[in-house]
Design a protein around this ligand. Structure first.
Ligand code: T46
Length: 137
């Protein structure tokens, strides 16, 4: 898996004078069945989240409000993605180290995930991640 497998997915946007509407169906707009939804909010200025990789988890990150940056790292290549639209989702495949920062005030990061929470699915140590990422390349 490489950062080339990660991409922005543009979600459907139903424009309406009453306000816009976006919908997401597991296995349709996102390439996995959605097993879990969680969100980051009330993030203090200067805070950083992430700093880990997942062994098997696929995710879609959406800036539901405000904006933030996501650094993606597959052990060889890195990319920095700015998310600031609630109709764009960043698909992150397994085995990608990510760091999330530069949260704007009041921002909300919603995450759709392919599996339930499992701490054993995490690499929280960068050198352990790097060892495994370079081994499978
Ligand atoms: C990711 C980024 C975007 C749970 O108990 N259940 C859950 O579903 C999650 C996601 C977390 N937790 C617990 C585990 C920790 O004790 O909540 C605590 C904080 O989790 P963490 O430090 O992993 O939070 P972030 O914001 O650094 O990372 C989270 C996700 O873990 C991760 O998958 O990609 O959001």
């Amino acid at each position: 898996m490489s950062i080339k497998d990660c991409r922005i997915i543009e979600l459907p946007k139903i424009m309406d004078p009453r306000g816009n509407l976006t919908f997401i169906e597991g296995g349709v707009q996102v390439p996995f069945d959605i097993q879990r939804v969680y969100y980051l909010y009330d993030v203090p200025g200067g805070a950083e989240r992430g700093g880990h990789a997942h062994k098997n988890l696929s995710q879609l990150l959406i800036a539901m409000s405000g904006s933030f940056d996501v650094l993606l790292d597959d052990g060889i290549n890195k990319a920095n993605i700015h998310l600031n639209r609630s109709y764009n989702g960043l698909y992150i495949c397994p085995m990608i180290w990510r760091e999330i920062n530069n949260f704007s005030s009041g921002s909300v990061c919603m995450v759709l995930a392919s599996h339930k929470y499992d701490e054993d699915d995490y690499y929280r140590n960068y050198s352990n991640f790097l060892d495994q990422a370079t081994l499978i390349k």
